[in-house]
Design a protein around this ligand. Structure first.
Ligand code: ADP
Ligand code: MG
Length: 304
């Protein structure tokens, strides 16, 4: 039988904005010593905005944004929303049609964009994402785009490359803000004896900038991680004897969430992440994770 205190504990959680899958979850919550945080959408708002468009020689920035926006319109990723929204705002004519859309997990998107030029339909095979996505299609980056990307990333932003018909054409830079409660929540997790770590598919420079702002040790930043490798990071920590909580919001976090000893999803995130998790932070606020840990400790100490 479930002790009454545990049931009361889960009920109290709901009042605090934490949905708890079952009373037994409180036990794993109590034992956690390491908290792995996804960056985009978890520590940051994930509401990104396009802040810069840099084109290769001879390319047209409006065309680059239109091509990228058309394909990104098919994706739910925060980067995609920023680019599609900016493209729609820039071009009153609406975005061109896309066929063969594909989201390439952790790398970007691809699709075929069709436009009417002089009454003829012209189709372009478009890619938007990390340089690795372009490399998979044997597309190289010109020096000017490599430079633009590095500059954006060193400023803590996220930069993706746009290519079509076999050539890299532009770098689009997007930026998002850190949630107002993230730094406070991370400080409180540390005060509870937990070690916060940042895990992201984004680039190292952007990740370290965010880490510094929220008080995560630079040695505890793991960046440039493919979704399947997020699982490997959790497994490695567990192999070192750590009891790991993972907090995430994205489709790309679901496997790592399922692997962690305790999983917390942002209620503002994807259904896949929420379904994979033991706890849901309803308002997408990391302070609720602090409440959950304190609640678990309190509830279980009344039983023992
Ligand atoms: P995070 O772990 O921070 O949530 P993701 O694993 O979702 O990041 O994405 C990792 C990287 O893959 C992004 O920083 C971006 O470079 C690229 N990427 C993923 N999805 C897209 C997309 N829809 N458009 C462009 N780039 C993308
Ligand atoms: Mg995320």
């Amino acid at each position: 039988a479930t002790p009454t205190a545990l049931l009361v504990g889960t009920g109290r959680g709901a009042q605090l904005g934490v949905l708890i899958k079952g009373p037994e979850v409180l036990e794993s919550t109590r034992r956690v010593d390491t908290v792995v945080l996804d960056k985009t959408g978890t520590v940051t708002t994930g509401r990104m905005e396009l802040v810069d468009t840099h084109v290769a020689d001879g390319e047209d920035p409006d065309e680059a944004l239109r091509m990228a926006g058309a394909v990104e319109d098919g994706s739910e990723h925060p980067i995609a929303r920023a680019i599609a929204d900016a493209a729609r705002a820039a071009d009153g004519a609406g975005l061109p049609g896309v066929s063969e859309f594909e989201a390439v997990h952790g790398l970007g998107v691809r699709g075929v964009v069709s436009e009417l030029v002089d009454n003829r339909v012209v189709a372009h095979a478009v890619l938007v994402g990390r340089p690795a996505l372009l490399a998979n299609h044997d597309i190289e980056l010109p020096a000017s785009l490599i430079e633009a990307r590095e500059k954006a990333e060193n400023a803590g932003h996220t930069a993706v490359v746009v290519a079509w018909d076999g050539h890299a054409r532009a770098v689009l830079t997007v930026a998002d803000g850190i949630k107002p409660t993230s730094a406070d929540a991370i400080r409180r997790l540390r005060a509870l004896g937990l070690r916060p770590m940042l895990l992201t598919g984004d680039n190292g420079a952007a990740a370290r900038t965010v880490a510094e702002r929220v008080g995560i040790d630079p040695d505890d930043v793991i960046a440039d991680v493919m979704p399947e490798d997020k699982v490997a990071v959790v497994t490695r920590l567990q192999g070192e004897g750590k009891v790991v909580a993972m907090i995430g919001d994205g489709v790309n976090d679901a496997a790592a969430l399922a692997t962690a000893d305790l999983s917390l999803a942002m209620g503002t995130g994807t259904d896949v992440a929420i379904e994979a998790s033991d706890l849901t932070l309803v308002r997408g606020d990391l302070l609720a994770a602090v409440d959950a840990v304190r609640l678990a400790r309190r509830t279980l100490s009344t039983i023992r």
